[in-house]
Write a protein that binds this ligand. Structure first.
Ligand SMILES: *[C@@H]1O[C@H](CO)[C@@H](O)[C@H](O)[C@H]1NC(C)=O
Ligand SMILES: *[C@@H]1O[C@H](CO)[C@@H](O)[C@H](O)[C@H]1NC(C)=O
Ligand SMILES: *[C@@H]1O[C@H](CO)[C@@H](O)[C@H](O)[C@H]1NC(C)=O
Length: 111
């Protein structure tokens, strides 16, 4: 279902954000001319503020972030689902899971 697919993207995007950060030094870590799973690093970074850790409520995802979620390669992103490095990179996985629902209130998370 499209609903679950989009929802899954949210968590995965957060994962990819950190993966992207981790590999940025090598730059060519993935396909499509520097993009990762169909999203450019700029697009990934658009989503990062909305999933950052911290006591304060994060800002809502930008339109660019939500748009990027819509064209990301879910199959690819799902391979990062069990990545354990989110907290290390300042990503709150709870907020990551909430990301799709913030773009679309009807979305729920499932990979
Ligand atoms: C993660 O986000 C949730 C929901 O916003 C929040 O309750 C929790 O305190 C956050 N945890 C950290 C470590 O930022
Ligand atoms: C999405 O990513 C998967 C895994 O990397 C790949 O096998 C698949 O061909 C990709 N799909 C598209 C439409 O790019
Ligand atoms: C969410 O789902 C309800 C019921 O199907 C629908 O009326 C509403 O328009 C949907 N909202 C969005 C933002 O898609």
């Amino acid at each position: 279902m499209e609903v679950s697919r989009i929802a899954t993207r949210a968590l995965i995007v957060a994962l990819v954000v950190i993966v992207s950060a981790a590999v940025s030094a090598t730059a060519k870590a993935n396909d499509e001319g520097g993009s990762l799973c169909g999203m450019s690093q700029d697009e990934l970074l658009e989503c990062k503020p909305a999933v950052a850790t911290g006591s304060a409520a994060p800002p809502p995802p930008s339109g660019a972030c939500c748009a990027a979620l819509g064209h990301a390669n879910l199959t690819c992103f799902c391979s990062f689902k069990n990545n354990k490095y989110l907290p290390m990179f300042g990503i709150n996985s709870t907020r990551a899971m909430e990301l799709p629902s913030k773009c679309d209130p009807n979305q729920t998370a499932h990979c």
